[in-house]
Design a protein around this ligand. Structure first.
Ligand SMILES: Cc1ncc(COP(=O)(O)O)c(C=O)c1O
Length: 492
């Protein structure tokens, strides 16, 4: 028989609501297994007869028989006809809880990570804003997405490809999508792309991680913008790279600071994250020349260039680079919807094979059905139409937010009205603690991204980024008024 405490422990395990989804016989089996693993039942110790245990637990004998059968199959108990069930010899070989490590050390040991793992964990990763609350930066409006068109194209894909659409995609991506992407960015971004040079990925974040690990070794130097996109910084830090911040001005990165060599440079040239500056053409050419001289890579993150409100954006660096030192990164997270999980790189030809092989180690490939649906969405002109519609919507929202800030927040911040993109940097003009402002706003249902964490140097203006794309003017107005109350309370 079990001792009283052992029986109580089995009952407690079975009754624990956290285990409620498991069938009863599995709960009994797990509870007894736990007693064995904890060393509470010695080897050779007889277990209660199934009838007796069934009675003590108030369950049927069949249920206990099923549990014992499973414990036997897993090698935890032996069953001898006529004499009952016993904790098996083999269970003795299981390391007893608490014997390998002094008490209290177990938890720490479970968290013994590699230094790479620690760097990733300490960096906190890149958490996207899930439910788009005002003013989560970089989140597009998804409520007006043409779902009927998407659904029709999705059905067409399933009908035409049938079971073939259910198989693996080539790791480089489906040919129709690679071609559609190449045609689109050649036309709209002045890129030099071909389907053969496009690698379809799940996100630009994946592209950044691949670049950090495939092109550079730990300890290698990479120039980054200061301030910089946190997702890039975290990918580079996790790979152990030495990030060297380069200051910016209104024309983007100050190229005179690129005197030394580095293995790579990371840029958001069409719309610097977070300042919104566009990198001037002469600076783009200077960076290309620097990369040629030092045989360095240019990592160009063109994350939201579709949304430019004052004329066309400058051609991308990749299209201007005759030496093929540039890796162009694009994403559909902003231009379509974040749940799509499709991004891509346009690679110099010698990098296509190494990058494709490296991505097979991360996730194999991107899902074929969304790739094929997206290819049709682009080829059919729906992507262009959607971007045009959203560009007008976002331009209006940007103007509305600028007006609302002037009306309600003028005592606290100065907005930097961007020529493109989905977010507006706002700099404090009073002594307001940035972290407290972000936290108090969050408690009121408002998401802001503080600027300080994006800066390497301590000489910068505190403030926050306000995303304006995902909310209609009336929603922006309600949220701005709420934010005014939050900031007012912090100033008093
Ligand atoms: C500069 C920049 N690059 C990349 C991304 C993320 O794109 P993805 O969802 O494809 O990783 C963002 C999103 O906020 C961004 O701001």
């Amino acid at each position: 028989m079990f001792k009283h405490a052992q029986l109580e422990s089995v009952k407690a395990w079975i009754g624990n609501p956290a285990h409620g989804a498991l069938p009863l016989h599995v709960r009994i089996q797990r509870a007894i297994r736990q007693l064995i693993l904890d060393g509470a039942l010695d080897v050779g110790k007889p277990l209660p007869a199934s009838r007796a245990l069934a009675k003590s637990l108030g369950v049927s004998r069949d249920t206990v028989e099923l549990s014992y059968g499973q414990l036997h199959a897993e090698g935890f108990i032996e069953r001898r006809v006529g004499s009952g069930s016993f904790v098996s010899e083999r269970a003795q070989r299981l390391p007893e809880r608490g014997t390998l490590l002094p008490k209290g050390e177990e938890h720490k040991a479970a968290l013994r990570l590699s230094s790479r793992g620690n760097a990733m964990f300490q960096g906190g990763g890149v958490r996207d804003f899930l439910a788009p609350r005002p003013f989560a930066p970089g989140v597009p409006e998804t409520r007006s997405f043409p779902l009927q068109i998407w659904e029709r194209l999705h059905r067409q894909v399933l009908k035409e490809y049938g079971a073939l659409a259910l198989l693996h995609s080539p790791p480089q991506g489906m040919e129709p999508l690679r071609k559609a992407i190449a045609d689109y960015i050649n036309l709209e971004r002045g890129a030099q792309a071909t389907a053969e040079r496009v690698l379809v990925l799940t996100s630009s974040q994946q592209a950044l991680t691949l670049c950090a690990n495939v092109l550079l070794d730990a300890g290698d130097r990479i120039f980054i913008e200061d301030p910089v996109y946190h997702g890039a910084r975290k990918a580079f830090d996790a790979a152990g790279l030495e990030c060297v911040p380069v200051p910016l001005d209104a024309d983007g990165l100050r190229v005179e600071h690129l005197s030394e060599a580095a293995r790579a440079i990371f840029l958001t040239p069409s719309h610097q994250f977070p300042t919104g500056a566009a990198l001037a053409l002469d600076r783009r050419l200077a960076i290309i020349e620097w990369a040629r001289q030092h045989q360095s890579w240019i990592i160009e993150d063109d994350y939201d260039s579709e949304f430019h409100y004052e004329g066309k954006p400058t051609a991308c660096v990749q299209g201007l680079d005759p030496y093929e030192r540039t890796i162009y990164i694009g994403t559909f997270t902003k231009s379509l919807f974040p749940g799509l999980r499709i991004g891509y790189m346009v690679l110099p030809p010698p990098l296509v094979a190494p990058m494709t092989v490296a991505r097979t180690l991360l996730d194999g490939h991107s899902a074929p059905i969304p790739q094929l649906t997206l290819a049709r969405f682009i080829e059919g002109g729906h992507f262009g139409a959607h971007v045009r519609t959203m560009r007008a919507v976002y331009a209006e929202r940007r103007n509305v937010l600028a007006r609302l800030i002037r009306q309600h927040l003028a005592d606290f911040v100065e907005p930097r009205i961007p020529a493109g993109g989905m977010q507006m940097p706002c700099l404090f003009i009073r002594d307001i603690p940035e972290h407290e402002a972000v936290e108090s706003a969050r408690r009121e249902g408002i998401d802001l991204l503080g600027l300080t964490a994006l800066h390497a140097s301590s000489r910068h203006h505190a403030g926050f980024l306000m995303g304006f794309a995902a909310h209609a003017p009336y929603e922006l107005e309600i949220a701005v008024k709420k934010l005014a109350n939050v900031l007012r309370a912090l100033c008093c």
